[in-house]
Each structure stands twice: as C-alpha cells, then as structure tokens.
Design a binder for this molecule. Structure first.
Ligand SMILES: Nc1ncnc2c1ncn2[C@@H]1O[C@H](COP(=O)(O)OP(=O)(O)OP(=O)(O)O)[C@@H](O)[C@H]1O
Length: 254
C-alpha cells in the first residue's frame, strides 16, 4: 500500500538536542490530518522536514512512495507537495487575479521558451479564473491583495497553494487571527477546495481541529504519540495526560 505521505523513524537534531525523536506517520490519499501538540513539541519542525526546509538527521519522508527527504523545497513542490507559505507570499500590489495567475505559472516552471510561455499563459488564465471562484474572490478579481480583508488574504493564500495542482497540501494554522465566524466559514472553504487532496494542518484551535480533521496526529516531545480519528484521540488516555487534559484546563481557566 502506498501512502500519500509517510514518515519513517524521522529524527532531527539541532546541535546536540534531538527535537524530532523517531516520528512515524502514514497518511492515506485524501485524508485530512490535523497535527496538534503542546508548544515546542516539534510540529513546525516536522512541517519543515516534510517540505524540505530542513533535512532530517535520519529517517525517511516519502511522498506517494518516493523518498523526498533531503530534497530542496522547490523540488518537493514539483513532486506534488505544496506548503502554504512556501509559494504564497502574496504580492500586495498585484490584484487577486494576478496573484493567482502567478501561483499557477510559478508551478508550471520556467524552463520554457517564450512561445510555450504564451500557451501556458492562456491555460494559467483559465485556471486562475476557476480558482478565484473556488475561493469566492471572483467579485474581487481586480482588487489589489493589500486591500483585501485579512480573511480574504488567507483565502487567496490557499488559492495560490492549491493553484499548482499539488495533491498533498500543508497548511500552517490556516485560521490564525480570524474571528469565530470567519473561522467557521474558512473551515468550510478549506474543506471544499481540498476535496480529493491530502491535507495536513498544524493547528492550535481545537474547534478547527475537530471541525476539519478526519484524523489527528498528536505530537509530543518529537514523537507522534497518537494518530487516530478525533473521537478516539479525545478518548485516548495517553493524549489526555500528555496534552488534551492540560490544554482543556488551560482554556477553562482563561
Ligand atoms: N532552527 C532551529 N534551531 C534550533 N532549535 C530549533 C530550531 N527550530 C526549532 N527549534 C527548537 O525545536 C523545538 C520544537 O520547535 P517547533 O517550532 O517545531 O515546535 P512547535 O510544536 O511547532 O511549537 P509551537 O506550537 O509553539 O509553534 C523548540 O524547542 C525549538 O526551540
């Protein structure tokens, strides 16, 4: 069985400190995964290892069965894995449409001749139009990105991230900084635009986690201590003890 994404005994040390300590994870194609865990557990480091920002000290990362550990971010991107911030530095002075078109064109790569570029451009225009409808920014087509609301900018980011056609999408806290109502609308949007794709999010907001994820990966101290459905994770005694219990208490007290 080939997984969309697989981590095998992944380890990463910074200096003498081992931060990722033998992480294992096997994600089926089409699953939506939320990666949760206490501050400093290693969630961002895991994303950095998957997306190629860091090379692992040892272990493997496989994308559709192919090893990608040690490859550069743009190579991994070309192989079909896209991380939200990797290519989604929104261009503030470009319009919504132009931003999306840039995302699509970027993903096509520029090893092409000028004539190939022109042909691609038409293709890219169509894809950008479709994306714009999907992220519901078609009425803002010609608005400069800097004049969008924060939630709209995040939607634009998602549009650019999925614009390249990657099958595996990594999102870092997609709803951070949004209001409650923006958040619930945004979860629906993410669900819609990632249908059929494999999605991993790092998330702190439990509302988002339970609203979005088919499965939850709990990272504690550089290991994936649980990987299961939301119901089973919630009921898992080890998770309760290591994370959710204290997390819930912290929120109740705040
Ligand atoms: N480039 C680096 N050099 C040295 N230490 C690092 C580096 N990146 C991360 N770390 C350390 O690794 C540990 C895990 O950090 P990481 O950001 O992955 O945790 P996290 O689970 O994403 O935390 P948070 O939920 O607070 O974002 C931390 O102790 C951090 O200081």
């Amino acid at each position: 069985m080939t997984y969309a994404l697989e981590l095998k005994d992944l380890r990463k040390s910074f200096g003498r400190t081992e931060i990722i300590r033998g992480a294992n994870l096997a994600v089926n194609a089409g699953e939506r995964i939320a990666v949760i865990g206490p501050n400093g557990a290693g969630k961002s480091t895991l994303f950095n290892l998957i997306s190629g920002r860091f090379s692992p000290t040892s272990g493997q990362v496989l994308l559709h069965g192919q090893r990608i550990d040690g490859k550069r971010p743009f190579e991994i991107n070309r192989l079909g894995l896209s991380r939200s911030f990797q290519i989604t530095n929104i261009f503030p002075k470009l319009s919504v449409f132009e931003n999306l078109r840039c995302g699509v064109l970027w993903s096509l790569g520029y090893r092409y001749t000028f004539f190939k570029f022109l042909a691609d451009l038409e293709d890219a225009n169509e894809r950008a139009e479709r994306l714009m409808e999907m992220i519901r920014l078609d009425r803002k087509r010609d608005v400069l990105a800097m004049n969008l609301t924060y939630a709209e900018q995040r939607a634009l980011e998602i549009g650019i991230t999925i614009g390249g056609g990657a099958q595996v999408i990594l999102l870092d806290e997609p709803t951070a900084g949004m209001s409650r109502s923006e958040t619930s609308r945004f979860i629906e949007l993410i669900k819609e635009v990632t249908v059929g794709k494999t999605l991993l999010t790092v998330e702190h907001d439990m509302g988002v986690v339970f609203g979005l994820a088919d499965k939850i990966a709990v990272v504690v101290y550089g290991e994936v201590i649980a990987f299961d459905t939301p119901e089973n994770v919630r009921a898992n005694a080890r998770v309760q003890e290591a994370y959710l219990g204290t997390h819930a208490d912290a929120h109740a007290g705040s």
